[in-house]
Design a protein around this ligand. Structure first.
Ligand code: ARG
Ligand code: ZN
Length: 466
């Protein structure tokens, strides 16, 4: 006891509880409190964090495919959105070697997928700071509630398929991993010569030294963490500029190259088609990543540069490209609204097909409507999947597209495309939700659409009439 009292005051101040008390009583108004461990999304309660906005991620990854070891630093530019005694980041597996805030060592602890960082002094609301996390280890993907692998997905040939929707970002970098936060990114990946690392946005630099090559990528428009990638393979690469001046970078697994080529070559035409319908393409780069990863079982609209688990079909390329407007530029605030991504991207496929000799969108609607009540299409409402295990089920995709076709038939072509374009431009680089889409549709059309959305977006089972 006596020895404890004799400890210098500084040591006492360093204990977190006392430090919080002392700092909380400071002159900056209000007590400092811990940032919440989640962003408050009922589908994925631990995803994201409270009290912080990440302005920018500077990721520096050094990866050795043969050992699967990652040595990395993440430099996050963060704004405190409340007065913080501590805050969390999402991180799954890996070993944290140190955490610094504006250059000073900060205390940290780990529990589950939460990394809690406690600065030596509270961080005032509105303050902008750098948190630098040094970490390492063999990354392991997570399995989503629907059973699919998510995050840093290592392939049998040592290549890495990196796709993180909805929660895999935490498997490869400490993140505020919820779509309600968007940030710009600099991603630098160092790999042994012969390997290529592909991320989002533009390739700023590529340099080789001592048997290793570093690829420096920059995504300069805001991006949700789930749309970040740093995929690694022995790719064949191709770079060109479209007629409208957009730089395209493709990376393709050699086994897929022949099958992928005719489809990837359509990307400029697809971007032109969708720009005509949805307004200008929102990003300053484009391209594709095609891997040989059939066990993954899905493609993802990674920002500016979708990733495919095999040579894609054209309708899949059309779908992932449409997500650049719907999902990537205009982003969800909660996973329940996933139809705003998947219904819109599916409808883009319908529009493309209708324009290229396929059935009309009205015919697609009719064909889907004819499916029996027992079909998965009617198993839950497109606008209310119920939990994270159903967000990639059939209703948000197919029935989500039916909602849009129903809207089109109700308001007419002119207002319908005006709504899509206004949606893309009013929320460009931002966030939106279903209530906002309904309000915009009513505003532009001047029609009361409540009954239509209640039936088609939120109604249970198969609507009685088409
Ligand atoms: N958004 C992707 C697409 O529709 C699907 C992602 C599926 N991800 C998953 N973890 N099941 O193209
Ligand atoms: Zn999709």
């Amino acid at each position: 006891m006596a020895s404890k009292i004799a400890r210098p005051l500084l040591a006492l101040v360093a204990t977190p509880v006392l430090a919080a008390l002392l700092v909380g009583a400071g002159t900056h108004g209000g007590a400092a409190t811990p940032g919440a461990p989640g962003a408050g999304d009922p589908y994925f309660p631990d995803s994201g964090n409270g009290g912080i906005h990440v302005v920018h991620y500077g990721l520096d990854l050094d990866y050795t495919p043969t050992t699967k070891n990652l040595v990395a630093t993440a430099d996050l530019t963060v704004t405190a959105t409340q007065k913080l005694s501590s805050f969390n980041l999402d991180l799954s597996g890996l070993t944290v070697d140190s955490v610094r805030i504006d250059g000073r060592r900060a205390a940290f602890s780990r529990a589950g997928n939460e990394l809690t960082v406690t600065p030596s002094r509270a961080l005032d609301k509105g303050r902008r700071f750098h948190v630098v996390v040094a970490y390492s280890g063999v990354p392991a993907h997570v399995n989503d509630p629907d059973g699919s692998p998510d995050g840093w997905i290592i392939q049998p040939d040592d290549s890495v398929f990196v796709a993180s929707e909805p929660q895999g970002a935490m498997t490869w970098f400490p993140s505020n991993s919820h779509p309600s936060d968007k940030s710009t990114y600099d991603v630098e990946v160092t790999v042994p010569d012969g390997w290529t690392a592909v991320s989002n946005g533009r390739l700023r630099d590529r340099r080789s030294r001592g048997g290793k090559t570093t690829f420096a990528w920059r995504e300069s428009q805001p991006m949700a963490a789930y749309l970040a990638t740093a995929s690694i393979g022995r790719f064949q690469t191709e770079q060109y500029t479209t007629r409208s001046g957009l730089p395209v970078y493709n990376a393709v697994a050699p086994s897929q190259a022949a099958a992928a080529k005719p489809v990837l070559d359509q990307l400029p035409a697809v971007i032109e088609f969708e720009s005509r319908l949805f307004g200008r393409y929102p990003f300053d780069a484009a391209g594709s990543i095609v891997q040989d990863a059939p066990d993954v079982g899905y493609a993802l609209e990674t920002q500016t540069r979708p990733i495919y688990d095999r040579a894609p079909r054209l309708d899949t390329l059309v779908h992932e490209t449409a997500h650049q407007w719907f999902g990537n530029s205009v982003t969800l605030t909660k996973w329940q609204d996933i139809w705003l991504n998947e219904g819109f991207a599916t409808y883009a496929e319908w529009l493309w097909d209708a324009e290229h000799g396929g059935p009309s969108t009205a015919q697609r609607f009719a064909t889907d409507y004819a499916l029996p009540e027992t079909d998965a299409l009617w198993s839950f409402p497109a606008g209310d999947p119920g939990d994270g295990g159903h967000i990639f089920g059939k209703p948000p995709y197919a029935r989500g597209a039916m909602v849009l076709e129903k809207l089109r038939q109700t308001v007419g072509d002119r207002d319908f495309f005006a709504i899509l374009r206004a949606w893309a431009s009013e929320h460009r680089y931002g966030h939106a939700d279903s209530a906002g889409f309904i309000a915009l549709s009513k505003h532009i059309s001047g029609k009361n659409l409540d009954g239509m959305f209640a039936t088609w977006l939120y109604g249970r089972g198969k609507p009685a009439t088409p």
